[in-house]
Design a protein around this ligand. Structure first.
Ligand SMILES: *[C@@H]1O[C@H](CO)[C@@H](O)[C@H](O)[C@H]1NC(C)=O
Ligand SMILES: *[C@@H]1O[C@H](CO)[C@@H](O)[C@H](O)[C@H]1NC(C)=O
Ligand SMILES: *[C@@H]1O[C@H](CO)[C@@H](O)[C@H](O)[C@H]1NC(C)=O
Ligand SMILES: *[C@@H]1O[C@H](CO)[C@@H](O)[C@H](O)[C@H]1NC(C)=O
Ligand SMILES: *[C@@H]1O[C@H](CO)[C@@H](O)[C@H](O)[C@H]1NC(C)=O
Ligand SMILES: *[C@@H]1O[C@H](CO)[C@@H](O)[C@H](O)[C@H]1NC(C)=O
Ligand SMILES: *[C@@H]1O[C@H](CO)[C@@H](O)[C@H](O)[C@H]1NC(C)=O
Length: 478
């Protein structure tokens, strides 16, 4: 090599370019020859040593969709069905238990489609006994026996429904803390599985929901609406129109977003276009300003319920969970030692029509109901009506109203309380400044850059924001 001179060097470069080009051509050929059927004996492992974001193993006949290994958080792996043109994951096999992107992970078909990782012991299986696995041009992954489906991904949606996919009463769409489920005659969005924050009851214009005729189901209709149905006679009991209602669009999907909103999109050939949103006012989202935050409609944004606390993305006090009853088995502890009380007027719960209420004759009576009950986190009193709403969930974001006769009473757990008080923050900021100063002097500007990055991330979290890539789905088991 060292002896090579002049034209020989040029030759070597030419050879390198030619081989790079053929490697490139080879990879293109490989991607257009992805299998359209997996049969018993199939096995694949992720290619290590590359930074590929997605490695396809199965394609549908239209080549619009692919099943394959999706890289998550650099080193983790999810088995996903992707919409190829946009790289959006429409379905994920193992959303809560990631496998690792390494040779320890294997996908194989032995009658079941099985993903297993000997290192993280993550494993997922269709638990079926079929003879092939195929991806349909609807994005539905099926395990079949002689052409008849015995398992299908459409029955196990993740956070997305595509057009014509039936969503039944035993299914759930999930995204971070939130889920979409069907009731007897409605669909609802829930926080932490049990707190209903959005409800759509069937209007029953075209068809009635009848008792004893079985559960309802929902479906995104390609004509541009989200329908609820009870029987298979195709007449919807409810129609939630998308913007593209009765216009021809190529492909529709419905997704539960990480901020708890339910959104519809259509594919216009180059991008996903927002076509429907269940909650259009940010303040009606479950926690746009985090815990103990206050959201004021009309775009004035987030502040804190406690006016001595500065708002910061992530909430005004750290997240809390559970109740104020003390440890299990220790008996009920309602003493004020575990919490302090915060009162604020001009606030109400964004979804108060979905909350339980009682009528009391005074604010004091309303507060008493909450004060003496350790599962209660707060209460609202509407002076005009005498309605007392009791909150049995940790306090999330409330809504500011101009109406000073609406009064709120909130418990703040003591460990959490005070953390963000202004003076504590001043001390913290000073400490940080001193530390940052020292570090900057010591090691230049690399830390500054990292801080900027983190700042961006937090902003991301706070803004309900546009459409987020599922590639960033929270894979960590909760
Ligand atoms: C397929 O492999 C899985 C995991 O090794 C095993 O549990 C299952 O019994 C196998 N299924 C069949 C039909 O052999
Ligand atoms: C999907 O496949 C079915 C037959 O399996 C066919 O009738 C239909 O036109 C195809 N749709 C698309 C969009 O290719
Ligand atoms: C959805 O349900 C309807 C009515 O029961 C049925 O005709 C249709 O085939 C189902 N679609 C899929 C994709 O399973
Ligand atoms: C599927 O492929 C066809 C032909 O390439 C294209 O027109 C259509 O937009 C694609 N659909 C989706 C949902 O990507
Ligand atoms: C904060 O709220 C309390 C009680 O509602 C009120 O008395 C006080 O004036 C408010 N302080 C500021 C700075 O707004
Ligand atoms: C305490 O509150 C919970 C939920 O808010 C309620 O179910 C329970 O009946 C209350 N207990 C008492 C003693 O009032
Ligand atoms: C509550 O209503 C009573 C009687 O209607 C009134 O006297 C009182 O001022 C009201 N309190 C507040 C805080 O609006």
């Amino acid at each position: 090599m060292l002896k090579m001179l002049g034209s020989e060097k040029v030759q070597l470069i030419v050879i390198l370019i030619v081989s790079l080009e053929s490697a490139f051509r080879w990879s293109v050929t490989a991607s257009s020859s992805i299998a359209q059927e997996l049969r018993i004996g199939f096995s694949a492992t992720p290619e290590t040593g590359t930074k590929t974001a997605f490695q396809a193993v199965l394609s549908d006949p239209s080549r619009n969709f692919s099943l394959g290994f999706l890289r998550v958080k650099q080193k983790q792996l999810a088995l996903a069905v992707l919409h190829v043109a946009s790289s959006e994951a429409l379905w994920v096999a193992n959303p809560t238990h990631a496998a690792s992107w390494s040779h320890t992970t294997r996908l194989f078909f032995n009658g079941s489609l099985v993903l297993s990782d000997s290192e993280t012991s993550a494993s997922w299986s269709t638990a079926s006994n079929g003879d092939s696995a195929v991806l349909l041009n609807t994005s539905n992954l099926q395990v079949q026996t002689r052409g008849t489906p015995i398992w299908e991904s459409f029955h196990f949606p993740t956070n997305t429904l595509v057009q014509d996919q039936n969503f039944t009463s035993n299914m759930t769409l999930s995204s971070s803390f939130y889920s979409l489920r069907l009731g007897d005659d409605f669909m609802g969005l829930y926080q932490n599985h049990n707190l209903l924050y959005w409800k759509r009851s069937a209007m029953e214009v075209k068809a009635q929901i009848k008792e004893g005729q079985g559960p309802i189901y929902a479906r995104v209709n390609p004509e541009g609406y989200l329908g609820m149905y009870q029987t298979s006679d195709q007449k919807p009991a409810d129609v939630q129109k998308f913007n593209s209602f009765q216009q021809t669009t190529s492909f529709l999907m419905l997704r539960l977003e990480p901020d708890g909103n339910l959104k519809g999109y259509y594919w216009d050939g180059s991008k996903w276009v927002l076509d429907y949103e269940a909650i259009s006012e940010t303040c009606y989202l479950p926690r746009p300003c985090g815990s103990y935050g206050l959201c004021t409609p009309g775009g004035s944004g987030c502040s804190c319920l406690d006016n001595r606390t500065l708002f910061q993305p992530g909430g005004c006090f750290s997240d809390v969970s559970g109740d104020l009853c003390g440890g299990e088995g220790k008996g009920i502890r309602t003493s004020q030692s575990t919490y302090w009380v915060l009162r604020r007027s001009g606030v109400e719960a964004p979804h108060k029509e979905l909350l339980r209420h009682v009528t009391t004759s005074s604010l004091a009576d309303c507060e008493d109901l909450c004060q003496n009950n350790c599962t209660c986190w707060g209460a609202f009193y509407a002076n005009a009506t005498g309605f007392c709403y009791v909150l049995d969930q940790p306090i999330q974001t409330l809504m500011g109203t101009g109406d000073e006769s609406k009064l709120g009473y909130f418990k703040v757990r003591k460990e959490e309380g005070g953390r963000n008080r202004v003076w504590v923050r001043v001390v913290a900021v000073l400490t940080v400044l001193v530390v940052v100063g020292i570090v900057i002097v010591g090691s230049g500007f690399c830390l500054t850059r990292r801080n900027n990055k983190r700042g961006l991330k937090q902003e991301d979290w706070a803004s309900p924001g546009p459409y987020k890539n599922l590639g960033s789905i929270e894979m960590a088991a909760r």
